[in-house]
Design a protein around this ligand. Structure first.
Ligand code: NAD
Length: 346
């Protein structure tokens, strides 16, 4: 495998750090992270650096930088040669996107447009983009295929859908620019060796919130809606372990190295292809923790569809992606182990 220099935006965050970990441990590539640490953490960068032996520390460079400073970002492209961009940096909280839509369009769509321009101006020919099942909105079919009509229902989903369009249009006009767009379903869990995880305390992910409730960081948690058209009335989601999601990025990078011109521009769902209800997740967290924590029923939240499950046959057949951690108990155990580690000392 050739040694490449990969630019990772948002590499101090939850998913980005798991991908950087795999790039450092499973490839010979060098990585430069750009992150403004708005939700990412310097301690994550330190942990990633500590994974490398002394003579390889130079493989990881961290630049604290906000992507909205276009001149500074251009300076980074001018003084480096990157082989590929993996673009995670974004604002990701759906309810916040409804209250502050312009924050989402600026950070997600405008800053993405600028970094695509940088790739085009400075000859970076490969991009992997973090998209989301939110681009499907309330999907017209389950399981959701890549060809299922798109219909975002909140500014977060729209900001990602628009970014996808910018990538596709830029690539159509530039045969030297290839991309893989990955549409993630519900990402959960933490590093199998418990070195990194989801560290942002205000995260809204169900499994993270359940783990915070087990560890006493919350008195109780809420379950939103019990009258959905599902067997137990609660929403069903396709939960994927973050290390399996990370490995999809390494598969995508390999694919971009070998795919022909047409195939080098492609979109994949990333999920396990089956789902669990909110009640099933809560029961599983209670089982693995041995703690019967408090859960309060609350009304439905606006914009939650009843069921979101991926059809993952395309990524399995085209990228040869093979998940290893398709096990809800393991996902809950790793999320809980990470939360125990994060928990502030009394
Ligand atoms: N977590 C999920 O379940 C999920 C699901 C679907 C898609 N995604 C997408 O995956 C990507 C990563 O999500 P995550 O869960 O790791 O979130 P995260 O908040 O942990 O990571 C985002 C990182 O980007 C950085 N960042 C944000 N804006 C920046 C800016 N303007 N300049 C520089 N750095 C900036 C943050 O500091 C953080 O380190 C996002 O693009 C998100 O939309 C996440």
């Amino acid at each position: 495998m050739s040694k490449q220099h990969i630019l990772v935006t948002g590499g101090a965050g939850y998913i980005g750090s798991h991908v950087v970990k795999q790039l450092l441990e499973e490839t010979l590539h060098s990585v430069t992270i750009i992150d403004n640490l708005s939700t990412g953490h310097n301690s994550t960068i330190e942990t990633l650096t500590s994974m490398l032996p002394d003579h390889e520390k130079a493989r990881l460079t961290f630049i604290k930088q906000d992507l909205s400073d276009f001149d500074a970002v251009e300076g980074i492209f001018r003084s480096n040669t990157f082989d590929a961009l993996i673009h995670f940096a974004a604002s990701i909280v759906v309810p916040e996107s409804v209250e502050k839509p312009l924050k989402y369009y600026m950070n997600n769509t405008v800053n993405t447009t600028n970094i695509i321009k940088m790739c085009n101006d400075y000859g970076v020919g490969k991009m992997i983009f973090s998209s989301t099942a939110a681009v499907y909105g309330d999907p017209t079919e389950i399981p959701v295929k890549e060809t299922t009509p798109l219909g975002p229902i909140n500014p977060y989903g729209h900001s990602k859908r628009m970014s996808e369009q910018v990538i596709q249009d830029a690539a159509a006009a530039n045969p030297e620019f290839d991309y893989v767009i990955l549409r993630y379903f519900n990402v959960a869990g933490a590093d199998i060796k418990n070195r990194i995880g989801q560290s942002f305390p205000n995260a809204t992910h169900l499994i993270k919130v359940a783990a915070q409730t087990v560890t006493g960081q919350r008195d109780k948690m809420y379950s939103f809606g019990e009258d959905y058209d599902t067997p137990d009335g609660t929403c069903i989601r396709d939960y994927i372990h973050v290390d399996d999601l990370a490995s999809a990025h390494l598969s995508a990078l390999d694919y971009l190295d070998t795919a022909g011109e047409k195939e080098g521009k492609n979109i994949f769902n990333v999920g396990y292809g089956h789902g669990f209800s909110v009640d099933e997740v809560i029961e599983t967290m209670k089982k693995v923790s041995g703690i019967d924590f408090a859960v309060e029923r609350a009304p439905r939240r606006a914009g939650d569809s009843a069921v979101l499950i991926s059809d993952n046959s395309k990524i399995k057949s085209v990228l040869g992606w093979t998940p290893k951690y398709d096990d809800l108990e393991l996902i809950c155990r790793t999320a809980l182990a990470w939360e125990e580690k994060l928990k502030p000392l009394p």
